[in-house]
Design a protein around this ligand. Structure first.
Ligand code: GSH
Length: 214
């Protein structure tokens, strides 16, 4: 059965891969699963029909038969569990890949999202610069530790997994901040993710929503 995901009809980044449907698209491309996309406006996302799929009125969602999911991590885990290519067969390696998925979403993404949102939410506050410096420091602590763990390896735990997919997507949120570039092995890691054919197809498909070009 072909799954349907939701994505922004109008995206703040105009298809530069930051909207979280990109993660789901990439996962589906990695496993070779075709999918449909339903575009939703900001108004539609907050209406009851969409909230029935996503209680917080956001994208992405994932529908497959009578299954409806939200949360990009849960969606990617579902895809990874049901297809070959995103989780290793060995039980311990699989558990470690799952750990990296959680690490990306729970330990690395939060300070990065805070950094991303601070200029919109706090720029007019008297304490903005001081708070920004604190958030940047929290991001650097996480990146420093991640950089040490990755070392000169290609991926976080041997072969590419859903953990890498999510970590690369989370680190991409630092594009333009200059912070990731302080950790050359993390920049190279993101570039390796972006070089994967499945990533490129997903990126082109998301961008095409806004350019109309393939
Ligand atoms: N934790 C959620 C976050 C979902 C999320 O923040 N979605 C954004 C787009 S990337 C959204 O729908 N923003 C619009 C809104 O919150 O109104 C996930 O990983 O799926």
């Amino acid at each position: 059965m072909t799954p349907t995901i939701t994505a922004f009809a109008q995206s703040p980044d105009r298809g530069q891969g930051l909207a979280r449907d990109m993660r789901v698209r990439w996962a589906l491309e990695e496993v070779g699963q075709p999918y449909d996309v339903r575009l939703v406006s900001f108004t539609e996302m907050k209406e009851p029909a969409h909230r029935a799929l996503h209680p917080f009125g956001q994208i992405p969602t994932y529908e497959e038969g009578d299954l409806a999911l939200f949360e990009s991590g849960a969606i990617i885990f579902h895809i990874a569990q049901n297809h070959v290519g995103l989780l290793p067969d060995d039980a311990n390696a699989r558990a470690r890949a799952l750990t990296w998925m959680f690490a990306a979403l729970n330990s690395v993404e939060p300070p990065i999202v805070e950094l991303e949102q601070a200029p919109y939410a706090e720029r007019d506050k008297s304490w903005y610069e001081e708070h920004l410096a604190m958030i940047e420091e929290r991001v650097r602590v996480r990146l420093g530790d991640l950089s040490s763990r990755l070392g000169d390896a290609d991926w976080l735990d041997d072969a590419f997994s859903a953990g890498d997919l999510l970590m690369v997507m989370v680190l991409r949120r630092l594009d333009g901040s200059g912070i990731r570039e302080e950790y050359p092995n993390l920049s190279a890691y993101v570039a390796r993710g972006e070089a994967r054919p499945a990533y490129k197809r997903a990126f082109a498909d998301q961008l095409a929503v806004f350019t109309g070009k393939r």
